[in-house]
Design a binder for this molecule. Structure first.
Ligand SMILES: *[C@@H]1O[C@H](CO)[C@@H](O)[C@H](O)[C@H]1NC(C)=O
Ligand SMILES: *[C@@H]1O[C@H](CO)[C@@H](O)[C@H](O)[C@H]1NC(C)=O
Ligand SMILES: *[C@@H]1O[C@H](CO)[C@@H](O)[C@H](O)[C@H]1NC(C)=O
Ligand SMILES: *[C@@H]1O[C@H](CO)[C@@H](O)[C@H](O)[C@H]1NC(C)=O
Length: 376
């Protein structure tokens, strides 16, 4: 399937429908009846959700966070998470009464009844994205297939089917497909138009999602890509930009987000039993960047850990070539932890909005994550 700007704009009607659908489902309350059986959580994607898989692969320190000060706030040791503490998925697991979901590659995983985390920092939907030092999305889906086979072996096919179909599947994927050409100075974006490139990324993403659906998944959680040009690490790419957002990158992200919405609505029609939550991470993150005080934060543009303007130089921890770096005293006052990733206190705010605790969770729909855990 190929998506272009022209059929994107002819899908404005669909987008309007989507908004109607979101507000409708929000009005009708789902019966919040708790089953005593735990609902599993499977996690896929990139460094927003990686809980340490890259500790076990031949990654470079660019794609690893297993050194101080990563993890300093909550765990008191580096786990491989790109934050000072927990990630969105860690809070979601907590709200679902699950233990922390272990990385797939962590030795000693004995059962997968509560789910498992396949995410890999640096991964993208395209296999070319940071190829060789990440677990690409396609391989993550293959690992899920292996887990499903293992479960069938242990539990039998009917119980496995029920475990996999009641489970919630979280995804954060795509950012690296757009960041990598800028960070590796590749000229791939000269070979494709923006809409062709986005079509390729979303096309691969879609076929992998269908694969995961085919293996039993039904409840999907997606996040829109953040304004990629407004991260501390991307504000400093254009020296003459004086710290303004890098427009080309943010434009790619928003093009991607538009196409993703359209695709999810199509999948919703095509795939029987497919349910999804799409969280407009971009909208809420943009508000937090520009109005941190409204969200109980003091700093929305500069990172807590790093060096140079906005602490955008990716030196947090001193193990990525540059040994010197600055570290703030109070990460919980910052939105950004390092040049590309958020603090635990920011991740908790997003997790709360995505779960649907507050009445202001208007940027997730048609379901909230809390809804998906309750649904059969
Ligand atoms: C790991 O990566 C390095 C650098 O790319 C390479 O030289 C080495 O052979 C790789 N090791 C393995 C086990 O793949
Ligand atoms: C997936 O990505 C590859 C490049 O890695 C591209 O050649 C292919 O057309 C893409 N597939 C789809 C379905 O878009
Ligand atoms: C949220 O909405 C419910 C009913 O719609 C209301 O009872 C509750 O007070 C609201 N909570 C907040 C924090 O606004
Ligand atoms: C949501 O609303 C609550 C109560 O009105 C407020 O305290 C909180 O800051 C809001 N959170 C976000 C992320 O908008």
């Amino acid at each position: 399937m190929k998506f272009t700007v022209s059929n994107l704009s002819s899908s404005m009607f669909l987008l309007v429908l989507f908004i109607a659908l979101v507000s409708h489902t929000h009005g009708s309350k789902i019966d919040h009846h708790r089953s005593n059986k735990h609902v599993a959580l499977f996690i896929f994607g990139d460094s927003f959700l990686d809980a340490g898989n890259n500790n076990y692969i031949n990654a470079t320190t660019l794609g690893q966070a297993n050194f101080w000060p990563y993890g300093e706030t909550y765990f008191k040791f580096p786990t491989g998470r790109f934050s000072d503490g927990r990630l969105i998925s860690d809070f979601i697991a907590e709200y679902a009464n699950l233990p922390l979901v272990p990385p797939y590659l962590q030795p000693g995983n004995s059962n997968y009844y509560g789910g498992v985390n396949f995410a890999s920092s640096g991964a993208g939907a395209l296999v070319e994205t940071f190829e060789g030092s990440v677990i690409p999305f396609k391989t993550q889906a293959r690992n899920y297939k292996k887990v499903a086979a293992l479960l069938r072996h242990k539990l039998g096919s009917s119980e496995t089917k029920s475990l996999l179909s009641s489970a919630v599947y979280m995804f954060s994927i795509g950012s690296n497909d757009y960041l990598s050409p800028f960070l590796t100075h590749s000229d791939v974006l000269n070979s494709y138009s923006h809409s062709e490139y986005v079509g390729m990324v979303v096309g691969n993403l879609t076929s992998i999602i269908k694969e995961i659906y085919k293996r039993g998944a039904r409840k999907f959680v997606f996040m829109t890509l953040p304004p990629l040009g407004c991260l501390p690490g991307t504000r400093i790419i254009q020296l003459e930009g004086k710290g303004k957002c890098l427009q080309e990158l943010s434009a790619l992200a928003s093009l991607h987000n538009g196409v993703l919405k359209v695709v999810l609505l199509q999948l919703d029609k095509q795939l029987k039993g497919f349910k999804f939550a799409l969280y407009d991470f971009s909208a809420d993150l943009t508000l937090m960047v520009n109005h941190p005080l409204k969200y109980g934060l003091k700093e929305g543009k500069s990172a807590c850990c790093g060096s140079g303007p906005f602490r955008g130089v990716y030196s947090c921890g001193g193990k990525r070539g540059e040994k010197q770096f600055e570290l703030c005293d109070k990460p919980n006052e910052y939105l950004f932890w390092d040049s590309y990733h958020l603090t635990e206190s920011a991740y908790k705010k997003f997790a709360d909005l995505m779960w649907g605790f507050t009445n202001n969770s208007s940027n997730i729909g048609p379901y909230t994550i809390g809804d998906l855990f309750q649904l059969p």
